[in-house]
Every structure is written in C-alpha cells, then in structure tokens.
Design a protein around this ligand. Structure first.
Ligand code: G1P
Ligand code: ZN
Length: 548
C-alpha cells in the first residue's frame, strides 16, 4: 500500500467554532475539503503534542449522512500519517459522550468525532468534524487556533492508497502499518454508567409496574445505547426507546431535544394516559430533555435538581466539589451551591469552558441551558447520563417529576426561565442589533422599567480560574435589582445567517407564586427585552422561531 501525497491549497476562511468544523454536507464533499481539515489537525497535533507516530486515536460519529465515507478517508489518512491504532466504533457509530469515555479509558492521544450535533442531516443537511484531546474534551483554543493557522498554509495531505476497511465487524485488522480496532460502540460507556448509578434501584423502579418511561432517541445516535441500557440492563419493556434506529437523515427530523423538535415525545407526555417520565437526546447524544407527566423540566432546573440530590447516586455519594454553569443558564444552580457551601462557576457558553474546572477537580457537575448536563466522569455533556441520574433520584425518592421539582422550588425558590431564538436573521441586522445594545450599555444602569431597576449591564467576560485565559464578548447581560436578568447573544453554531438568542430569567421565592406559566411570569421582561434591543424592528421578526 502506497502513501500518496496530494497537492492542495489553503482552504478555511474561518476558525473552527466551539464545536469543531460544521458545514453543509455538500461543502465537506468538495474535493480535498475534509482531507485538508484532517491533515491540518494531524499537523497541529504534531506541533502541539509531539510526534503522533504510533499513537492511538478514537474515531466515530453520530451516523449521519457522509459518516461512513468520512470514516474511510480519515482511516486512510491516519495510516498515512503514522498513527499506530485507531479505535473505531462499530459501523462508524460512537456518541459524543461515548467517544469521550473511550478516549479517557484507553488513554488515547485524542479522538475525532463526526457530527453536527442537533443540526439536520442527510445529503442537504449538515456535517461536522471535531477533535477531542487526551482528557476526552473538545480541543481548547490553542489547538483550534493551530488547526486554523495550519489550514491557511497547507499545501499537501497524505493518504494511503487502499481499499475500504470493514468497520462493521468487531476486532482488529491492519491498514498499512496501522491497526484498525473496531470496538463495540456501547460497552465501555454502559459500564461507566453502571459504576455511577444505582442500577438495582432503577431496575426495581422500571419493573415495578407502577412507573412507565419513554425515551425518544430521535433516530439519532443514542438508540443503541438507550436500548442496551434501559431495555436490556434495566428491565424496561421493549418499545420504551422510540425512534431507536440511527438513520442517515434522522428520519427527516431535526434531532434536537426541545419542546419544538421533540414534539412526538412532548405529545406523549402531555397526552392522555401519559407515562411518568420522558426523555430525549440529540443527534450525537450529548444533549437531553427531561419531561414528567404533563411537565417540562427546564435544563437549568435539571442541573439544579441533579446537584441538590447528587449524593443519592453512588458515583456522587461523597458530594460535589463545585458546580459550573454557562452564563446564560439560570441561577437556580447557584442557590443549590450556596446551600451546599460549594462554589458555583459562571463560564461562557460552550462546553469547553468546563474542561479546566473539571480537570482541576474544582467542579463536579456542570450544565448549560441548551439541554446539556454532565459531570467529571467524561469531558463532554452527556444526554443519557442525565436521564439515568434523574431515574436514580426518582427511584430513591419515590416521587413524581413534578413533585420533586415543586419541592425543589419550595426549598430554593423558582427561577422562571425561557429562551427565545430568532433564527435565520440577516447577519447585518443581527450585528446592528448587538452593536446598538453595546452602545446603550453604559446608559442602562439605574434605569427603571416599571417596578424594575437595572442593577448592572455588561458584556460578559471570563477569566479562566485555572489557566488565566480571558474570553471577551461572551454575551450582553442586563441584571435587575430584583434578581431578574436578560441576556442577549449571537449563536456560534448556526450555519445560515445569524441566530439571536435572548435568555430571560425571573426569581420567585414565594411558594404561592411558583405555579405560573413561565411565559406569563416573564411577560414583562420579554417586553423590556424588545424595548431595549428593538428586536422586532431590527430582526423584522414578530415572534421568535423557537421558544424554550
Ligand atoms: C449552542 C448552545 C450552547 C452549546 C453549543 C454546542 O451554542 O447555546 O450552549 O454549548 O450549542 O452544543 P450557540 O449556538 O448558542 O452558540
Ligand atoms: Zn449534540
């Protein structure tokens, strides 16, 4: 087998984002495009990590369209670049949390994850490539910057001239000098979950006959994991996992577990004869949504509940070192941390900001309002982990989701919360809106809006407590003296136009006022957000495209 050196040209016009390189499938299918990115990655690793010759990497994806082709290209390039061993998920399937788990357990150099997360798949959908480092977490800025820099200079890539590798049969084979090890996609991950949670109690709950759950894998990657965990190991009846077969186009759906896109599950949980518990996960398995019977748990509340009840799960029996949440996530977790006497860290949006805190042992549990929660067991967010954690807590407390949540609010107060997304806004209009807000920031402090007074207004900046690195312009915050808050930021993950996200939060300590519909409770704040940012005028949109 011969290593070919193919001439190429610089290709990236923008730095890979927080979630790697995400583009339309058709962009990735352009000649040399994926190859350039992979070669830029290998070259950067060589500079940053030292020789990659003989090293082990993990490779897998969420099964979306182009996954299998991309795996073959990457395997041949890995062999040509001297990688010693690639552990690839069977059929090219590995959820993002499972990849993180395998990288850590096998002490590999890192891993390549093929996914565009919750973005639609199929020939006209999105594809993505992300590199994760040795700790199992997304590549830090230093690495993505090196990849970007290399992509601007690249003039050749190396690939082995070979026929395709069988990735559907477990076991080892050779590709040139490199070993391709096809691993069971589920095993390592399922064992890790078994070590963290009380499987006996969850088993009792799921087989008691008094508790029914429904898991919607949305035709994305968690299907096989959810079936193995809930139906095989935990005794839930067959059919508990819906849409459990990963499809290249996710069955035409949008695999994002929120109230809009997971409407099939929402209909079941809010319908007649609803089960007790419902959950969904996204394309690559790192996000989760938790529902009770006729009840939606906001991700911010979910983080707070998991933190407050963490010691009920064997893996967290000794308590938490700290909690971390992204800035736009509600402050519900802060109240739990205060009660527990542990720190609560506020980080910019994006999972990578949790990595240092987890590595340093300063935070144990972390979460984002965007349906992401996880802990120090891996370095990614983890959808099924959150589902199992909830089940563990419910099994011990023998309460319904709603009871548990209401009891939590009585103890800590309720942070009413909602996120408004304005998708597909023209980039210029979005930029105008943000710069307009910026210009207003210094004038807002002390300004009154009805009974509310602005306490502070700023553009969030974060100094990493571990490495001192500073991240600026992470979103505009307007905080009021009554503890309510509005946050504005532009999405960093969209692929068409700009997405404006507006996050609204209102604290309510009194139990008698904790049962409002969040949209009602937040109505005044929503009006203020529009007044301050001129959302309707500047976006030309009367209503958001998604309300969570
Ligand atoms: C979104 C979420 C963010 C998450 C990211 C990757 O980013 O808001 O919390 O970390 O996806 O899943 P955004 O599009 O807002 O930049
Ligand atoms: Zn995802």
């Amino acid at each position: 087998m011969k290593v070919e050196t193919i001439k190429t040209k610089p290709f990236l016009d923008q730095k890979p984002g927080t979630s790697g390189l995400r583009k339309l499938v058709t962009v990735f299918q352009q000649p040399h495009y994926l190859e350039n990115f992979i070669q830029s990655t290998f070259d950067s690793l060589e500079t940053i990590e030292g020789p990659i010759k003989g090293q082990t990497i993990v490779l897998g994806g969420d099964g979306r369209y182009y996954n299998r082709q991309a795996i073959q290209i990457i395997l041949k390039m890995a062999a040509a670049n001297g990688i010693g061993r690639v552990k690839v998920g069977r059929g090219g399937i590995l959820s993002t949390p499972a990849t993180s788990c395998v990288i850590r357990q096998s002490q590999s150099l890192g891993g390549i994850i093929l996914s565009a997360s919750h973005n639609p798949g199929g020939p006209n959908g999105d594809f993505g490539v992300k590199y994760n480092i040795r700790n199992g977490g997304p590549a830090p800025e230093k690495v993505t910057e090196a990849i970007f820099a290399r992509s601007k200079e690249i003039d050749y890539y190396k690939i082995l001239e070979a026929s395709d590798v069988d990735i559907d049969t477990l076991g080892e084979s050779k590709l040139g000098d490199m070993v391709v090890e096809v691993i069971d996609s589920v095993n390592d991950y399922a064992s890790l979950m078994e070590a963290l949670f009380d499987f006996d109690r969850i088993h009792d709950l799921l087989t008691s006959g008094a508790f029914r759950m429904c898991m919607d894998s949305m035709h994305a990657v968690t299907g096989p994991y959810a079936q193995a965990l809930f139906e095989q190991r935990l005794g839930a009846p067959a059919g508990t996992v819906q849409n459990g077969v990963p499809l290249e186009d996710f069955g035409g759906g949008h695999p994002d577990p929120n109230l809009v896109y997971a409407h099939d599950l929402v209909d079941v949980l809010f319908g007649e004869n609803a089960p007790d518990f419902g959950a969904a996960s996204d394309g690559d398995g790192d996000r989760n949504m938790i529902l009770g019977r006729q009840f939606f748990v906001t991700p911010s509340d979910s983080l707070a509940v998991l933190a407050a009840n963490a010691t009920l799960a064997p893996g967290y029996r000794d308590g938490l070192a700290g909690i971390a949440r992204s800035m736009p996530t509600s402050q519900a977790a802060d109240r739990v941390a205060a009660q527990l006497g542990i720190p609560c860290y506020e980080t910019p949006t994006g999972w990578k900001f949790f990595g240092n805190l987890l590595d340093a042992g300063q935070a144990t549990i972390c979460g984002e309002e965007s349906f992401g929660t996880s802990s120090n067991h891996i370095r990614e967010k983890d959808g099924l982990w959150a589902v199992l954690f909830w089940l563990n807590i419910l099994a011990v407390k023998q309460q319904s989701v709603q009871q548990l949540m209401q009891e939590h609010w009585q103890t800590y107060g309720r942070n009413y919360y909602s996120r408004y997304d304005y998708e597909g806004v023209e980039s210029d209009r979005a930029a105008t809106l943000m710069s307009g807000l910026h210009a207003k920031l210094p004038t807002l402090k002390g300004k009154r809006f009805g009974p509310r007074e602005v306490d502070y207004s700023d553009d969030f900046s974060y100094t990493d407590p571990i490495d001192g690195s500073v991240s600026q312009n992470q979103g505009i915050r307007i905080g009021f003296t009554d503890g309510s808050r509005i946050v504005f930021r532009l999405s960093g993950t969209g692929t068409q136009g700009a997405t404006l996200r507006v996050y609204l939060e209102q604290y309510e300590a009194e139990a008698s006022k904790q049962h409002l519909d969040p949209q009602q409770a937040l109505a005044d704040l929503i009006a203020i957000a529009d007044e301050v940012a001129q959302i309707r005028t500047l976006t030309g949109m009367e209503t958001p495209t998604v309300i969570t």
